[in-house]
Design a protein around this ligand. Structure first.
Ligand SMILES: *Cc1c(COP(=O)(O)O)cnc(C)c1O
Length: 400
């Protein structure tokens, strides 16, 4: 007997740190090798014409799934918890958002979307769903039971993202989910920030949980990947929509997602710890008005974060006291450890300027000064702080 004969099965008693390592693994099926092979596949050969016509095969066609895709889907399903009835992989986080929405709406429906949603989510609703007779209205992310007033007779789904993209408002997910279910609507949530390690949306009444696997699951800024996790109420519709739409994720990207997942717990722990340390340092700076980080006690959503989440990732924003735009640019352009670029969740730190005002419709975005979003990577905090100190010196010089 060797290790490969030990079948690894899910055990509800295991800690998340352990499940990140064991979930979705089956070395016995791969000659004992620790990881599954990357199946590059379209055609699957059948033993006979009769078997072919009867679709009698464990795997039928590359687009329909391979052992590689099933390994990642299975691992994610286990991490989402007991409410998860299935996971689908799609080629990007935005594809996860659009596919989750498509799987629940039909012509004539209305969807309620948080005003704090990732910008392209809004654009998809406004420019694509609208063409098929699905209307979207936006709501204040801070609404709790008050969300009930925003439902219409044809409201089919409520879409949440907590904390909000760029702005970090925390939402009362369980309260909104209850209001939605009372009205017969489904609940969708973008959970990219926390990942199921720090928040499991399906445990709190969410029907479809979305992640940009591009971010923390990949973890190395080298993959585009989207994941959708469904409960029993939505899994059939999700699987059907993914299958009939022809969506499938490239095998190398699936493998990179699986590889990233194995170290997600240790990486997130460091992003969390370093993120808090840098945010606290920034909070003390005279140039800073406030931090938008839900794990800091001064954040308006801190109580919700504490109630619901078991950790925070390395992504947060900062509001500066008013300075000319050229001073903000001088700050950002001086930083050498913080790259300027879209996306986040990789091992490296990032900093970008942003303004939510142009995309808000249900709430007004007036933070009181210029805003910068940070992703705190895996570098040493002291080095990041020294870099930021140089940035603030450049900001002061450019403000003079
Ligand atoms: C980046 C991001 C997405 C989109 O992911 P892609 O893989 O870039 O398409 C969705 N939601 C949130 C919150 C994101 O930050």
């Amino acid at each position: 007997m060797n290790d490969s004969s030990k079948k690894e099965s899910p055990s509800p008693a295991r800690h998340t740190d352990t499940r990140v390592v064991t979930a979705g693994r089956d070395p016995a099926s791969y000659h004992g090798f620790v990881n599954p092979p990357v199946y590059h596949a379209s055609t699957v050969l059948y033993p006979s014409a009769e078997d072919f016509l009867a679709h009698r095969a464990r795997y039928q066609y590359g687009r329909r799934g391979t052992p590689t895709t099933e390994a990642l889907e299975g691992a994610l399903a286990e991490l989402e918890g007991p409410q998860c009835a299935g996971v689908s992989l799609v080629p990007s986080g935005l594809a996860a958002i659009s596919t989750a929405l498509l799987s629940v709406v039909k012509a004539g429906d209305h969807v309620l979307v948080t005003d704090s949603a990732y910008g392209p989510t809004r654009t998809y609703c406004d420019q694509i769903l609208s063409r098929f007779g699905v209307t979207t209205s936006y709501y204040d992310p801070l609404l709790g039971t008050g969300i009930a007033e925003h439902f219409r007779d044809n409201t089919r789904a409520v879409y949440l993202e907590s904390p909000g993209s760029l702005s970090f408002e925390m939402q009362d997910v369980a309260t909104i989910a209850k209001a939605a279910h009372d009205k017969g609507a489904l609940v969708l949530m973008d959970n990219t920030w926390a990942t199921p390690l720090y928040y499991r949306p399906l445990d709190h009444g969410v029907d479809l949980a979305i992640q940009a696997g591009t971010k923390y699951i990949g973890g190395h800024s080298d993959v585009m990947l989207g994941t959708i996790s469904a409960n029993a109420a939505t899994v059939a519709a999700l699987k059907n929509t993914v299958r009939l739409s022809g969506l499938c994720e490239g095998p190398d990207d699936v493998y990179l997602g699986l590889r990233g997942l194995r170290t997600l717990s240790v990486r997130l722990e460091r992003h969390f710890k370093s993120g808090i340390a840098v945010a606290r340092w920034l909070e003390q700076r005279p140039e800073v008005l406030r931090l938008l980080h839900p794990a800091l006690p001064g954040h308006p959503g801190h109580a919700l974060w504490k109630r619901d989440f078991t950790g925070a990732s390395g992504l947060f924003s900062m509001v500066l006291k008013p300075v000319p735009q050229k001073a903000v640019f001088a700050f950002l352009d001086t930083l050498t450890l913080f790259g300027i670029g879209a996306s986040w969740g990789g091992y490296e730190s990032l900093a970008i300027p942003f303004d939510c005002a142009p995309i808000r419709t249900a709430t007004r975005w007036a933070p009181g000064g210029p805003t910068v979003r940070f992703h705190i990577g895996l570098e040493a905090v002291d080095d990041l702080v020294a870099d930021l100190e140089r940035g603030f010196a450049a900001l002061a010089a450019a403000s003079a």
